[in-house]
Write a protein that binds this ligand. Sequence first.
Ligand code: SF4
Length: 415
Amino acid sequence: MSELAVAMRTLGCKVNRVEAEKVAARLLGSGVRIVDEEDASVIVVTTCTVTAEADHKARKAVRHALHLPQEPIVVVTGCLASIDPEGLATLGERVVVETDKEAVASRVASLLGVSVDADAIVPRTGEGFRTRAAIKVEDGCDAFCAYCIVPFARGVPRSVPLDEVVAEVAGLVSAGVAEVVLTGINIGRYASDGAGLAELMEAVADTGVRRLRISSIEPGDVDGRFLAAVAGLPAFCAHLHVPLQSGCDRTLAAMGRTYDTSGYSAVLQSIREALPHAAITTDVLAGFPGERDADFAETLAFVRDSGFARLHVFRYSARAGTVAAKMAGQVAPKVRSERARLLRAVDMELRVSFEKNHIGSEAEVLVERVGTDGLAEGTTREYLPVTLDGEGVCPGDVVSVRLTGMERGRMTAAW
Ligand code: SF4
C-alpha cells in the first residue's frame, strides 16, 4: 500500500460523480495515486441522501471502508454529510466529515502531508477519466418539491461563472475530449452576469467542443430562447431529459411541481418543433402519497402516449425532513413496487419502439470502449447505446455509422 494512495467511493447522482472526479483530479495533480479501496490509505466516500435507502447505503459504504484491514482514514462528504455530519462522525474514530465540497481535496492532501492548488482548473482527462467529461455548472435548488431533500442538502442555486465554465471546457477540448455534458442540480437556474442557460450553451459551443449535452432540464425552463439557442448549435446533442414525475395533475399539484400535464405536453411539442429528431427522456415517481389507482392509471397512459425514448422509474420512499414524508395517504410498499414494475414495463416498450424507429438511419457514435472481443461500444447523439466493429477505432473517436438492428439492449451498427 502506497502512502499517497486514495480511493474514491461515490454514490448517488451525476453531480456527485463530477464533484468526486474533480477531487480525484486535484489529488492526481499532487502526486497522489487513485487506487482500489483495499489499497488506499484514505478513502473518500461521497454520499447521497435522496432517499432513506441512499442514507443506508452511504453509512454502509463508510462502515465497509472502516473495516478494511489497512485501517484507512475515511473522509465523508456529499449530501448526507451536509444533512447529518454528527451522525456520520459517530460511525468511527477514523471518520473525517468534510461538508465543504470545495475543501475535500485539500483536506485529503493535508491528511497525506501534501498540498493541492485549490484554485487550479484541472483538465479531468487521461487515466481514470472518460472520453465524455461532465462538468458542474450549477449547484443547489430552491424549488422545494414535496418529496425532495436536495434543497436542504445543497442549498439555493449557485452558478459557476461563465468564464470559468468556458475555460474548463476549452481545457477539455484541447486535451482531446470529444463530448462535454453540462450538469447541475437544476441547471435551468443557471445565472452568471446576465447569462442564463441559453447564453451558457452558446458560449460553451464557441470553444469548438465537438459534442455538447446537458444532463437534465426542468419543464418550466424549456423556453423559446433555450430551444432557439440549442437548435442553432451543431455541437448540441439532441437529447433532453425533462423530469415529468407524474402524468396526473392531482399528483403533480401535491408534489409541488409547477406544471400540469397539458403544460408538460406543450413543452414536448415545442421541443419536437425545434428539434424534430430529439430523444426525450424523463423521470417518473411511482407511489407518491395520495396517489390513487386512478391517478396512477393516468400516469401510465400519459407516459405511454408521450413518445419518450426512455423512462427512469423511481419508487417513492419517504425521506425524513421533507413535506411528503408527513403527508397522509402514504402508499403501501407493495403497491409502490407494483406501480414501479408497470412503469418499467412501459419503459421497455418505449425503448424498443424508439430504437426500432432508428434502424436504417445514419448516426454519429462516440466510441467509449473497445473490448478484447474486437467489438467497440459507444453512444449516439440521441444517447442510444451502440455496438460496432472495433477494428481501427479507439475510445474518443467519433464515427459515422448506419444503425442496422437491435441486440441485447443495444443497437448494432455498420460503418
Ligand atoms: S426541482 Fe424539485 S426534485 Fe429537482 S432538485 Fe429541485 S426540489 Fe428536488
